[in-house]
Design a protein around this ligand. Structure first.
Ligand code: ADP
Length: 161
């Protein structure tokens, strides 16, 4: 049976840190689905289709990864995809509080789902989508933090706005 892992997140936008996690997961699992959350109660800078497009562009070189979106309960989405592994990235100790809570909740909702935490390369430790958006809004270059495609999208979004 092939081992399918789901990497869920807002990816608003996808950063080099996220991509680092996808690449690591793709080396471990047979198939990785980067699942962009479509949560109506959360406000995003980029629409779901924009966020998916950015993920698709970034993972073009990874044959065993693809992009998708989900609404509703994550554990239900995993079931539909016949996946039992949930990938999350851990940057710093402060991430743990929220991530452990989430993992523990998901385990209570479905005991067959296993959360696997992956650590990015050191250079991505202090990288977050929120910071990238802020930097872009202030007109700085974002090439060091995101892919060239995402960087162009950030310029278009925040220059026009
Ligand atoms: P969410 O709203 O679900 O937290 P994010 O897009 O912010 O969505 O993050 C998705 C996952 O990627 C989370 O597990 C987060 O800790 C992880 N992550 C975010 N930025 C990085 C990074 N720079 N390096 C590694 N993992 C990251």
């Amino acid at each position: 049976m092939s081992r399918i892992a789901v990497y869920p997140g807002s990816f608003d936008p996808l950063t080099r840190g996220h991509l680092d996690i996808v690449q690591r997961a793709a080396r471990i699992f047979d198939h990785v689905i980067v699942a962009v959350s479509n949560n109506a109660s959360k406000r995003h800078s980029f629409s779901v289709s924009e966020r998916i497009e950015m993920v698709e562009d970034a993972i073009r070189g990874l044959p065993n990864a693809d992009a998708d979106t989900f609404t509703g309960l994550l554990v239900d989405y995993l079931k539909r995809k016949k996946a039992r592994v949930l990938i999350r990235g851990l940057r710093v100790v402060s991430d743990m509080d929220y991530e452990f809570q989430l993992a523990s909740f998901n385990r209570r909702l479905n005991k067959d789902v296993e959360t696997v935490f992956l650590m990015p390369d050191d250079q991505h430790t202090y990288l977050a989508s929120s910071m990238v958006r802020e930097v872009a809004r202030l007109g700085a270059d974002t090439d060091a933090f995101v892919t060239p495609f995402v960087s162009r999208r950030l310029k278009l979004k925040f220059r026009a706005g």
